[in-house]
Design a protein. Structure first.
Length: 319
């Protein structure tokens, strides 16, 4: 058969099976492994730091709302979802749909976020906004260990050596040492803060993995926020105190919490997460607890003891 007849026979045979591939079978976007350097690195760090500063106000808005911890945890997600849904839809039109693996990772991140939300919001209630935020950010130790053992991102010697120092800081914040510790129940606050830290570390690592192609920040955050809100609602119904009826001005503060922290703050952090080493991002987020303690003292008249303030300094030493 001549080449011309062969081409004609192929055309007469009609389209092959490959022409009927569905969008699901189409090649999926791959993770972008390129490290950021130079000006891009500085921009990424600056945006991550700005996001950390934005979420430093989270505990302040929670305390100002004066609602139950479960109520604030649920509505910070509810009020953020419409904005994140619009942004996620724009991402899908621009970059295509996410893979099923990415969706699973973002939903898992939301499960961890639900535990973090409930534990942290209850910790705020018993130990204050500033100290609860410091305790939750012990996540840097957990993220560092997981990044080292699982992702092969070896932390610096300074970070490894800082682990016992940070744990000493947690002990001081918990109020076990000294009789003038701030908070209704510093020991319970310390335990809840450490639970929040563990869940927070899982949330950060899963959120980072779910946006490994760097193009679906809002979509990943939408899934995590939706799952986190549902989990917080279940916990609120089980533990009591959940109030689903909006009131003013309490829900004005919760709306600010949602827009400032859950949308703006976490979108900025989500930009930095897949572009920086896991440990660098978690250390960058230590700007949040420092800001939270200062804001709590300035805006809420929180008065940590000298030993607890010393613990704040120890609990954020890694570099």
């Amino acid at each position: 058969m001549t080449p011309r007849r062969a081409r004609q026979a192929t055309a007469d045979a009609g389209p092959g099976p490959s022409s009927h591939r569905s969008a699901v079978d189409a090649p999926q976007p791959r993770p972008d492994p390129r490290p950021v350097t130079g000006r891009s690195l500085r921009l990424t760090i600056a945006l991550g730091a700005l996001g950390a500063f934005a979420i430093a106000f989270s505990g302040i808005f929670v305390r100002l709302s004066t609602v139950a911890p479960s109520t604030s945890a649920v509505f910070r997600c509810v009020y953020a979802l419409p904005v994140l849904a619009l942004l996620a839809r724009r991402e899908t039109h621009a970059a295509g749909p996410r893979t099923s693996a990415q969706r699973r990772l973002s939903l898992a991140a939301g499960t961890a976020f639900a535990v973090d939300l409930v534990a942290w919001h209850y910790a705020i209630d018993v130990v204050g906004a500033g100290l609860a935020t410091v305790l939750a950010n012990v996540q840097v130790v957990i993220v560092g260990l997981v990044a080292w053992l699982v992702l092969g991102e070896r932390p610096s010697r300074a970070t490894i050596g800082a682990v016992p120092v940070m744990l000493l800081g947690v002990v001081l914040i918990s109020g076990v040492v000294g009789a003038d510790a701030y908070g209704d129940d510093p020991a319970l606050g310390g335990a809840l803060g450490l639970l929040a830290a563990s869940a927070y570390a899982a949330f950060l690592l899963l959120l980072r993995a779910g946006n490994n192609d760097r193009r679906h920040r809002a979509g990943v955050l939408f899934d995590a926020t939706l799952t986190g809100g549902l989990g917080a609602a279940v916990a609120g119904l089980a533990l009591g105190g959940l109030d689903l009826v909006p009131s003013w001005p309490e829900h004005g503060w919760l709306l600010l919490l949602a827009l400032n922290s859950q949308v703006v703050g976490w979108l900025l952090i989500s930009y930095a997460l897949p572009r920086l080493p896991a440990v660098m991002t978690s250390v960058l987020l230590l700007l949040q607890p420092v800001g939270a303690v200062l804001l709590g003292m300035l805006l809420l008249d929180e008065a940590p003891s000298v030993l607890q303030l010393s613990g704040v300094g120890l609990a954020r030493v890694p570099q």
